[in-house]
Design a protein. Structure first.
Length: 500
């Protein structure tokens, strides 16, 4: 019997999909490092595995994002009202060190804060993350020195989150590890990574997606519950998963995932709810009372109206639009010619929330990047979307520079900022349209064209349909002649969608 060292890697690992071979943009980009990978390349025989390479690339690009913040670190956060905007290097992190009581040793949620914001307005797990960073920040020296340290400590912790994200994305689709390179190289990812603490929730969500892909429903639920304890958006993933499990009849797995999510969320939140309810609820009341803000189409409407809608009206309309989006995604799931992939629906539900919400902070793009890569790992479409997000990133800071520079009017006026918002909305809508096309015409899906069914679907991968509506009960209509690998759909349990 051969030893593990002498056994070819292909015996243990499935054939990998190489973007430099199958994607025209990736093929062109690979010329900078010597061209596409050859068919005789010795894969799996070196320490430099795809996941390790991608993790190192992500750390390097993350470091470039830190360098981009250097003008603010050296003074923009502390001197001059608009400098941090003209250099596009703003971050909430140093400002909230003192503004939310960490510099004074106040306990989040339990101690009242001076000023208008009485309690920390972040979910509990994010508050814990912020507090741990405060413990690691030296308490000596000037307040500027402490804020610089606080940002650096947080940046180090967020870099770990970024590495976890790219590793999880690279491993979620077993045959497509190189797709993680899209996350590692995403310019909007690097530019917004240290604006706020969103990477914590993104890392937990990416880990949850990996666990579901591996068939570990309980671990998925626990991690998703923790992610929801850090940020609200991960809870939306349970909706598409419910409908997918309904179509496939996987009720036990969904119940396990839901139970794990509820229990882990309660474990984090209940202690604070019991002993500091006012502080705990601040995140939810602040989200409800917050008016129309940056980045949303609601802001365009408000700034072009002589009688803007009230906050309560916007809340009602935004909720209604989100519910209609959820209903549309559910109908799509049950009527699509083939059951959509979990990652596709996860991206669509988060994108729907972002498009209908009354605020879009620039770091919210981090929520979508890993899901977009898993849903539509096509370099052209991903880069088009990223270009729109980078334009918005620059637009919001130039707009704030304009509004804070007084009569100098340095930056982007209101009309220009509205165009930046429009680019963000169009870019996100474009990527959603591409994902919708893949769902309605499965032969266009680059993941399924490679011979897979739903590699991020876990128990859903290759499973039969149990409940369908409309055309889903009939064979799929092919939009064009397709000679690529064919996937066995709804075959024996455990088929995992392998090509025939």
């Amino acid at each position: 019997m051969p030893s593990a060292e002498s056994t070819p890697a292909s015996v243990h690992e499935p054939d990998l999909v190489r973007p430099s071979k199958d994607d025209e943009i990736a093929r062109s980009g690979s010329e900078f490092i010597g061209g596409p990978l050859g068919r005789r390349a010795l894969l799996g025989t070196s320490w430099w595995t795809p996941v390790r390479v991608i993790a190192l690339v992500a750390i390097g690009v993350f470091a470039l994002g830190l360098v981009q913040k250097a003008p603010c670190y050296d003074g923009g956060w502390f001197f001059g009202a608009s400098t941090q905007y003209t250099h596009a290097c703003y971050s909430d992190i140093p400002h909230l060190y003192q503004g939310r009581g960490f510099a004074d040793g106040l306990v989040p949620y339990f101690d009242k804060l001076p000023g208008d914001m009485q309690y920390l307005e972040y979910p509990v797990l994010t508050g814990v993350f912020m507090e741990v960073a405060a413990w690691l920040t030296p308490g000596s020296g000037s307040i500027q020195h402490q804020e610089q340290w606080y940002w650096m400590v947080n940046a180090g912790m967020l870099m770990v989150c970024a590495a976890i994200i790219v590793v999880c994305v690279s491993r979620t689709h077993a045959r497509r590890p190189w797709d993680g390179l899209l996350v590692a190289l995403a310019p909007a990812f690097a530019l917004t990574a240290t604006i706020n603490w969103d990477l914590l929730a993104v890392a937990l969500t990416a880990s949850a997606m990996l666990m579901w892909a591996r068939g570990r429903s309980l671990a998925f639920g626990v991690l998703l519950g923790l992610a929801t304890a850090a940020k609200l958006y991960p809870v939306f993933l349970l909706g598409p998963l419910f409908v997918l499990c309904w179509r496939a009849g996987k009720w036990r797995d969904f119940g396990t995932a839901l139970g794990g999510a509820v229990v882990s969320w309660l474990v984090v939140n209940v202690p604070v709810m019991l002993f500091a309810f006012d502080g705990w609820s601040k995140f939810y009341t602040f989200s409800q009372e917050r008016g129309v803000d940056f980045g949303s189409f609601w802001l365009i409407l408000a700034q072009n109206s002589t009688d803007p809608l009230s906050t309560d009206t916007v809340n009602t309309l935004a909720t209604l639009l989100m519910l209609l989006s959820c209903a549309g995604i559910a109908a799509l799931t049950l009527t699509a010619p083939r059951r959509p992939r979990f990652a596709q629906l996860a991206f669509l539900i988060v994108a729907a929330f972002i498009l209908t919400n009354k605020v879009y902070s620039p770091q919210y793009v981090l929520w979508m990047v890993p899901l977009a890569v898993l849903a539509r790992p096509k370099w052209r479409d991903f880069l088009i979307w990223q270009a729109c997000e980078v334009a918005y990133f620059l637009g919001i800071w130039m707009y704030l520079a304009y509004t804070t520079s007084g009569n100098a009017h340095k930056g982007l006026p209101t009309d220009g900022y509205h165009w930046a918002i429009g680019l963000h909305l169009l870019g996100t809508a474009y990527l959603c349209a591409m994902v919708l096309r893949d769902i309605l015409m499965p032969e266009r899906d680059v993941v399924r064209r490679a011979g897979d069914d739903d590699p991020s679907g876990g128990v859903l991968d290759g499973a039969e349909d149990v409940f369908v509506l409309g055309p889903a009960a009939h064979p799929p209509r092919h939009a064009a002649q397709f000679d690529g690998p064919q996937v066995e759909w709804g075959s024996e349990p455990g088929a995992n969608g392998r090509s025939l």
